[in-house]
Write a protein that binds this ligand. Structure first.
Ligand SMILES: C[S@@+](CC[C@H](N)C(=O)[O-])C[C@H]1O[C@@H](n2cnc3c(N)ncnc32)[C@H](O)[C@@H]1O
Length: 424
């Protein structure tokens, strides 16, 4: 029998009270205002102490709601989640966000004229969104922005990040079970739900569709604003101790290398990627870096051509590839590491999953496992734990070992080295 003395619900509520008090104190100490749902609300700072409180609060608050709602109500919520996503898909596709002024209101009739969706369906979508505080109906058929909706008006990259997920990735996700039924034992770049749904591999898809490719590039910038931030990479390794050449293998448009070089004046970074990716990067004005960031076309399945680097970085590459492909990528690094100074760090920057459940907050772990499933769906790729990385490195070359995992979680950094004392 539940009593106030043995109540899990009250324990969770107490934890929520305590964590919220700490959060308010932290906001007060840092001179930050409390967040509201208003368009002019200031979000909670994204620093480590606030993130830790956010994660813990999410666990307690979500567990309390799960227990209070019970499995049947939770199942009811779950079966209808996709209709929330349908509303988001339409809001992005028809850009409801720009159709409402940042300050002030717009009627359903006015929004309908701008977005080209009939008033009846438009109003229904706006009202379901408003239940999650995305827009607010201030008078019958009159809406205004909230903090959560105005973000997508103010930040095109973040809107694109939601949009591409709810378009090509959502469609692919709906094919997950049937795709696995077709090939229950195999997945890779060419065998996955994305290919089942769209009839071609992800990057081929974008090569064939310029508009979606541009949106994808913008969405990647949006994701960079939400997670995988530069500060995390900057703080998880002693970059200041590295003096000389660093190779950013598959470095994309070089945005991380440029930021690293601007922060650490002893770094000289070569960004390697495909020519199409690098051509964008090379258009940037990097005159302040006096040639400390350079670009080199290189396919990371081919042998690494730079043999005198002080460190090699592989950032958010491994999760795009199957185990067999990762082994090929690691193996292509070996000749360069053999020639480089002993102990040259081979840095794998990617999510590092916990080995077993319970090491992290459920909230944090879920965010990582969502990316793991995303990689499975769209690329036949995966997220890995430290042990998974160790196994793949050893399969690539017995002499690899992990020297240190500098940080785990969603900004993991694994430092591997090639042990030259050991015979291969
Ligand atoms: C998820 S992005 C990561 C980019 C960058 N490292 C970052 O952290 O922003 C993956 C990158 O791998 C590159 N890539 C894919 N296949 C490649 C290959 N065979 N050789 C070199 N780069 C490749 C892509 O062009 C893309 O820039």
């Amino acid at each position: 029998m539940a009593t106030r003395n043995n109540s899990t619900l009250l324990e969770l509520a107490k934890s929520i009270q305590e964590l919220t008090s700490q959060l308010v104190d932290e906001l007060s100490t840092s001179g930050s205002p409390e967040p509201t749902f208003d368009v002019n609300s200031t979000p909670i700072p994204e620093t480590a102490p606030f993130k830790a409180l956010q994660y813990a609060l999410n666990d307690s608050a979500q567990d309390l709601l799960r227990l209070v709602n019970g499995p049947k109500a939770e199942a009811r919520t779950q079966i209808c989640n996709l209709y929330d996503l349908a509303a988001w898909q339409v809001a992005c596709e028809f850009n409801f966000f720009d159709a409402v002024p940042e300050e002030g209101t717009a009627s359903v009739e006015e929004i309908s004229k701008k977005v080209g969706v009939d008033e009846d369906r438009l109003g229904r979508f706006l009202r379901i969104l408003a239940t999650e505080r995305v827009f607010e109906e201030v008078d019958p058929n009159v809406f205004r922005h909230t903090a959560k909706s105005v973000l997508h008006r103010r930040d095109r990259n973040i809107r694109d990040a939601v949009h591409y997920q709810l378009d090509e990735f959502f469609k692919a996700t709906s094919e997950t079970a049937s795709s696995i039924k077709e090939t229950p034992q195999t997945t890779n770049r060419s065998v996955n739900p994305f290919v089942s749904r769209h009839g071609m591999e992800l990057f081929q898809f974008y090569q064939n569709d310029r508009a979606r490719a541009d949106r994808f590039a913008s969405a990647m910038a949006g994701i960079g604003k939400m997670e995988r931030q530069f500060e995390d990479l900057r703080d998880c390794y002693a970059w200041g101790d590295v003096s000389g050449k660093v190779v950013d293998v598959g470095g994309g448009n070089g945005h991380m290398s440029v930021a690293l070089a601007r922060t650490f004046p002893t770094l000289h970074i070569t960004v390697q990627d495909s020519l199409s990716m690098l051509s964008q990067a090379m258009r940037q004005n990097l005159s302040d870096l006096a040639g400390r960031v350079t670009f080199l076309e290189h396919d990371f399945f081919d042998v690494q051509p730079i043999t005198d680097a002080k460190a090699y970085l592989l950032r958010y590459i491994t999760h795009n590839w199957s185990d067999q492909d990762c082994i090929r990528i690691f193996r292509a690094m070996v000749p360069a590491l053999e020639k480089a100074a002993p102990g040259t760090p081979f840095l794998i920057n990617d999510i590092v999953l916990p080995e077993a459940g319970g090491e992290l907050s459920k909230y944090q772990e879920r965010r990582m496992r969502q990316i793991d499933i995303m990689m499975m769906v769209v690329l036949g790729g995966k997220q890995r734990s430290g042990k998974d990385f160790e196994r793949l490195l050893k399969e690539a070359d017995e002499r690899f070992h992990i020297k240190k995992i500098h940080s785990a979680g969603d900004m993991g950094l694994v430092e591997a080295v090639l042990d030259m004392e050991r015979a291969n």
